[in-house]
Write a protein that binds this ligand. Structure first.
Ligand SMILES: Cc1ncc(COP(=O)(O)O)c(C=O)c1O
Length: 377
């Protein structure tokens, strides 16, 4: 109780850790679609999600809603509906897979397992910025490694730069195919890095691997320092259900499992993913369609004078004179793209996710309606 005669105390808040106090926030994409009463005509191409809803998922999830306990019980912590078909699809034993509610959560758990205050982390840049948050919040020092040619990868230059920055990187993060550029690092070069830095926790984020048609998963057995992170948000188009996983040697996953909360993967996520794993041809058809639409879009936009960069993922980077105005102009047609122009080495760049051919035709029409001076470099 306050005593009216005593002076009011200044209001005090608890202090976050110094690591969190100094953290620069991750910049989110537009949330406009969630404010629309009807977002069905909107093209959300700013966060590289899959661009369709699979009817088999909606069916399976809707039917499962009447299953006992789906809302009031904690979910099946074994995730067996997903893990069993996944081991067959990837040809990886069950003990090498650990499930999470999204690969973001997987990366966070992985970092909390291995990274201590004062450790040094190497992030091949430009990159997906959430990983920095996890590392810095553990008190480690992040080194962003930008190469002379920002838009490509050169393994020798990368190694040279890393070795000039630190003699003992605790953790290294490579997104492959890279986000936001879309280049692909071949497995031989990943292998070379794994052998060159055997003491380093090597994280290869393969959120977009299905679109590249190649993966580092076959290296898991050989390299105890390799962790591959994968997502159901992109090729499987299940971002809203939240599901992802780590693949590594079982001894590593045993450690990560101690900090993981297995209750966080909802039954709806499990059942939705199972529906697509049972009908994997639907995923493959979508991937094939996106890959074809990517080539078509690049060719079409280039033929109209656009400057776009090759990509092995479900997005492309484009250099435009007026990035903010282009993003705004597209948004007026309810097409959402991502401004990347504030990232180091990416001046004037915007990133556009690739969807189906008819969705990309819509994007081309929207560009045709914008003044060319805004987007022709
Ligand atoms: C490289 C990369 N990793 C991870 C994620 C997050 O994926 P998830 O939805 O599985 O958490 C993204 C999302 O954009 C990404 O680009």
């Amino acid at each position: 109780m306050t005593n009216s005669s005593s002076p009011a105390l200044p209001r005090r808040y608890p202090e976050p850790t110094p690591f969190v106090a100094n953290l620069a926030e991750y910049i989110l994409s537009s949330q406009e679609v969630w404010r629309m009463p009807d977002a069905s005509g909107a093209l959300k191409l700013d966060w590289n999600e899959g661009t369709l809803t699979h009817p088999v998922v909606v069916d399976a999830v809707s039917r499962f809603l009447s299953h006992a306990g789906v809302v009031n019980w904690y979910p099946d912590v074994t995730c067996r509906r997903v893990v069993e078909p996944l081991t067959k699809l990837l040809n990886v034993p069950t003990e090498n897979i650990l499930m999470f509610p999204g690969s973001d959560v997987a990366l966070d758990a992985l970092v909390r397992t291995f990274v201590m205050p004062g450790d040094e982390a190497i992030l091949l840049a430009p990159t997906y910025d959430n990983f920095r948050i996890y590392v810095e919040s553990c008190g480690a020092k992040v080194h962003h490694v930008n190469l002379a040619d920002t838009l490509g990868f050169n393994v020798d230059e990368f190694v040279w730069r890393v070795e000039h920055l630190t003699s003992s990187p605790k953790i290294m993060y490579l997104v492959n195919p890279n986000n936001p550029i879309g280049y692909f690092i071949p497995p031989e070069e990943i292998r070379f890095l794994l052998s060159r830095f055997p003491e380093t926790v090597m994280v290869v984020d393969e959120a977009y691997a299905e679109f590249a048609g190649s993966s580092s998963l076959p290296l898991i057995g050989e390299f105890p320092n390799l962790f591959v992170a994968r997502s159901f948000s992109k090729a499987f188009a299940l971002a809203g259900l939240r599901l992802g996983y780590l693949v590594s040697q079982s001894a590593n996953l045993g450690h990560v499992n101690k900090v993981r909360n297995p209750k966080n993967i909802s039954m709806l996520a499990q059942v939705g993913a199972q529906a697509l794993l049972d009908r994997y041809e639907l995923v493959q058809d979508y991937v094939d369609e996106v890959v074809a639409a990517r080539s078509w879009f690049l060719e079409m936009m280039r033929s109209m004078g656009g400057v776009l960069f090759d990509s092995r993922a479900n997005f492309v980077l484009m250099r435009v004179p007026e990035p903010k105005m282009v993003i705004q102009g597209l948004a007026e047609s309810r097409i959402y793209a991502r401004d990347r122009s504030y990232m180091a080495g990416l001046a004037n760049m915007i990133r556009i996710s690739i969807g189906t051919r008819s969705q990309m035709e819509q994007v081309v029409r929207a560009f045709q309606q914008l003044p060319t001076s805004l987007w022709r470099a």
